[in-house]
Design a protein around this ligand. Structure first.
Ligand code: FES
Length: 572
């Protein structure tokens, strides 16, 4: 156990380590060599989706103590989607560094990662992977369904819808404000199949969470039991040395890609899975998502691709049912945190509502996975989620209406004189990792008001940014290389014709190679958006979307060994 090198030492070093810990009331027997379990908590009142994680941590502690471990909770930076500016994605890698260094520097034998809101989940896993000690994930759980004027509403998805209705005059301001209150009525993260729910399911598919854990509603007492059982299990994992690298094999990532497709999961999972794979040393590429996931049918009928919300998903049987339905295409022998395979974990799963979870032979939609596009506009790739887009726009050629920044977009999109119709392609530049910076969720640009008023609800939109997992539309995202580093997106001009062909995986700018070369020669890089601080570190180290937007210097891991200590030698 790593902790022995702190707490079982003789002399001054052991005295110092044990003595000060005793000021919290821990008796001598806690330092007898039992596994020390870190509870890495992304709790924050500024992250409403994770605001109840201190309560859940108490249930993890009960489980750890019951199993004979010594639980120690510690905070790391939290990332709340709804408040942080300019965007949480700017800070995902920073949190991963916080998690990695906090784990390695302390006497921890294993960790429970308490996460929930979108970026907190990948950030914590990335950090833990770079240390590679036994780890188990517990998410904060989805909120209860929103309830508004007699119907269920989903976080994010219905916000976008209501905003379009309100902007086009179909919804009153009073109703719009009232819907805010009705949307967020319990603890938990977004209860649509947005990024938080998608990542929770992906984590379960990776084998890092106890079976069925992803979908339990946050206020449901069964989530507290999940915490208790996770506390029990992590102690055993520490004793078994069941490290992340034993679970996160290539097969685990392939399972996660297939599951994300079948649940209609978020495009953000592409970035996070690439980054996690990079940390643990598994070869994973953007093309794997298309190859493994694009043809997977949609089995889960949840917003934004479908009808229901996470509560119904849980009551219908949750992810174990989905995995069982997918057993012919998944590697069910992959090992999980239970110490058993998915086949073992899901053997008893029962579907209680096939209007929520479909069988593989009767899916809600064929070919629902994320598609990877290439072409002269995206040499290193781009993604689109056809299950959340208008089928009619999946083969489309239209005239580009170009916005050079998010500020330019906001200034002009509702201008009555903007030359735009529903066949146009909205192009947003400089919202990539370097350009914004931090790659914000602005790819699902709101449509021009004059078109909304005419009933238009979808248009082809292109950017180097991201899209909220709760959003929908014919939205091409993650274009790489991005415009701020000279990618072809930077060279698109007003009036150019752009063609999207999803069946052929093509994104093409209809100008000649000579014209493209001329524009490239005239292109000038924008000035860096930061001169100092963390943002400068981000700009100097961030990789493009096709590499998961991780820092080049963070790829891989350094293990759990502490190279040097300033402590006195044993016995002195
Ligand atoms: Fe936190 Fe959606 S805002 S999960």
């Amino acid at each position: 156990m790593r902790s022995h090198d702190w707490f079982l030492r003789d002399g001054q070093a052991g005295f110092k380590a044990r003595s000060r810990m005793k000021n919290q009331g821990s008796p001598q027997q806690m330092f007898d060599g039992r596994p020390v379990i870190g509870i890495c908590n992304t709790w924050s009142e500024l992250t409403p989706c994770n605001a109840h994680l201190r309560i859940l941590a108490e249930h993890v502690k009960r489980g750890v103590l019951e199993a004979g471990g010594f639980p120690l909770e510690f905070p790391v930076m939290s990332l709340g989607e709804t408040l942080m500016r300019p965007t949480t994605m700017l800070y995902r890698n920073l949190v991963s560094m916080d998690v990695e260094e906090s784990i390695r520097a302390n006497p921890l034998d294993a960790v429970v990662l308490l996460v929930g809101c979108d970026k907190t989940t990948p950030a914590a896993i990335m950090g833990a992977c770079s240390v590679d000690i036994p780890s188990i994930v517990v998410t904060s759980g989805p909120m209860l369904n929103g309830k508004f004027q007699g119907r269920d509403i989903g976080a994010g998805t219905d916000k976008w819808r209501f905003t379009d209705d309100w902007r086009s005059g179909q919804m009153s301001t009073a109703d719009y404000i009232e819907s805010e209150t009705c949307m967020s009525r319990s603890d938990g993260h977004c209860m649509t199949m947005g990024t938080a729910s998608s990542m929770a399911c992906v984590v379960e598919a990776l084998g890092l969470m106890l079976p069925g854990g992803a979908a339990i509603p946050a206020p449901d007492a069964r989530r507290r039991r999940l915490c208790h059982f996770s506390g029990n299990r992590i102690v055993q994992m520490a004793r078994e040395d069941l490290k992340l690298s034993r679970l996160l094999t290539r097969a685990a990532f392939e399972n996660a890609i297939i599951v994300n497709a079948a649940i209609g999961g978020s495009t953000n999972c592409v970035l996070h899975l690439l980054a996690i794979a990079g940390r643990i040393g598994v070869e994973l590429t953007l093309d794997d998502f298309d190859k493994l996931g694009a043809d997977v049918p949609l089995l889960v009928n949840l917003k934004p691709a479908g009808e229901f919300l996470m509560e119904e998903f849980y009551y219908a049987g949750g992810l174990p049912v989905v995995m069982q339905h997918l057993r012919e295409v998944l590697d069910m022998d992959a090992l999980t945190v239970t110490g058993e395979s998915h086949a073992h974990n899901t053997a008893e799963a029962v579907c209680y509502d096939d209007s929520v979870i479909a069988r593989l032979d009767a899916p809600f939609q064929e070919g629902a996975g994320i598609v990877v596009l290439r072409g002269n506009l995206a040499p290193d790739g781009a993604v689109i989620k056809p299950s959340a887009a208008s089928p009619a726009l999946m083969q489309h050629c239209g005239r580009a209406v170009v916005f050079h920044s998010l500020e330019d977009f906001h200034a002009r999109i509702d201008c009555p004189t903007l030359d735009v119709d529903e066949d146009c392609v909205l192009v947003l530049q400089h919202v990539g990792p370097v350009g914004f910076p931090g790659m914000p969720e602005v790819g699902n640009m709101s449509l021009p008001q004059k078109l909304l008023e005419r009933g238009v609800r979808d248009m082809l939109r292109l950017s180097d940014g991201r899209m909220s997992g709760t959003a929908y539309g014919a939205v091409v995202l993650h274009i790489a290389p991005e415009s701020a580093v000279g990618g072809p997106l930077a060279l698109v001009q007003e009036g150019d014709m752009i063609e999207l062909n999803v069946p052929e995986r093509r994104l093409h700018l209809h100008i000649s190679d000579d014209e493209l070369a001329m524009r490239r020669a005239a292109w000038q890089a924008p000035p860096p958006s930061a001169e100092r601080g963390y943002t400068r570190i981000f700009l100097e180290n961030v990789q493009q979307a096709d590499r998961g937007v991780d820092f080049d210097v963070l790829v891989g891991g350094s293990g759990g060994a502490v190279v040097k200590t300033s402590d006195a030698q044993a016995g002195s």
